[in-house]
Design a protein around this ligand. Structure first.
Ligand code: PGA
Length: 245
């Protein structure tokens, strides 16, 4: 399976960052076996897409509806028109801060897919849920309630992002990631049948150049969703290189 490495810039970056995006796009060309993307703030999508080359430019969220009275929101068609080819849905920061439910996330994923966007659907447990032994059941339930049933594995990837590992420098152990990704694959088999083997499963949460080789060599880890370490080519390109090994 081709590996997919996507940077999530969150609320970072300005027009001055286009040089950094260019540097990432240029370096990405050295790794033709890896799919590389950047989920950018909406203001950077059009200018970045104009000279992205093979780099997949994406958004961090999409509205479920095609148009209407939804102040501040962007539809999938608007994102496509700006040059986005991908969107994240269900990031834990949006689930927590915007109160997005699994049903909301599913509707967003369906809207993105219908418009032709690649979708990265995020799932993951809190520290309390992990400590209580519920990590796998929480993630299984998120999948069951948010994965569009007819999703094409070529267009949708799952990102497992344990919430306690995001932006904390605490990366999940390779053993924990392997166990969770196997559990996700098993749940996908229940939900999608034989298509399950074809979905790319990304790990996210404090991925760096140092831990990427170990994580990306783990069974059922088909890529990474990278926050902080995706903001500069110097930090992000070694992660792309690790995916090419
Ligand atoms: P992080 O963020 O790599 O900075 O932990 C990952 C994410 O939120 O997608």
């Amino acid at each position: 399976m081709r590996k997919l490495i996507v940077g999530n810039w969150k609320m970072n970056g300005s027009l001055a960052s286009l040089a950094e995006i260019d540097a990432i796009a240029q370096a990405g060309q050295d790794y033709p076996k890896v799919d590389v993307g950047l989920a950018l703030p909406a203001t950077l999508i059009a200018p970045a897409a104009a000279h992205a080359g093979g780099l997949i430019i994406g958004a961090q969220d999409v509205h479920a509806r095609p148009s209407g009275a939804f102040t501040g929101s962007l539809s999938a068609a608007m994102l496509c028109e700006a040059g986005a080819r991908l969107t994240i849905v269900g990031h834990s920061e949006r689930r927590a801060m915007q109160g997005e439910t699994d049903a909301d996330v599913q509707a967003k994923a369906m809207a993105g897919l219908a418009a032709g966007l690649h979708v990265i659907l995020c799932v993951g447990e809190t520290l309390a849920e992990r400590e209580a032994g519920h990590a796998e059941s929480v993630v299984a339930s998120q999948l069951e309630l948010s994965l569009p049933g007819d999703a094409d594995p070529a267009k949708l990837a799952i990102a497992y992002e344990p919430i306690w590992a995001i932006g904390t420098g605490k990366v999940a152990s390779v053993a924990d990631v392997a166990a969770m990704h196997a559990a996700i694959r098993a749940k996908l088999a229940e939900l999608t049948g034989p298509r399950a083997a074809q979905f790319r499963l990304l790990y996210g949460g404090s991925v760096t150049a140092d831990n990427a080789p170990g994580l990306l060599a783990t069974a059922d880890v088909d890529g990474a969703l990278v926050g902080g370490a995706s903001l500069t080519a110097a930090n992000f390109v070694p992660i792309i290189a690790a995916a090419a090994l």
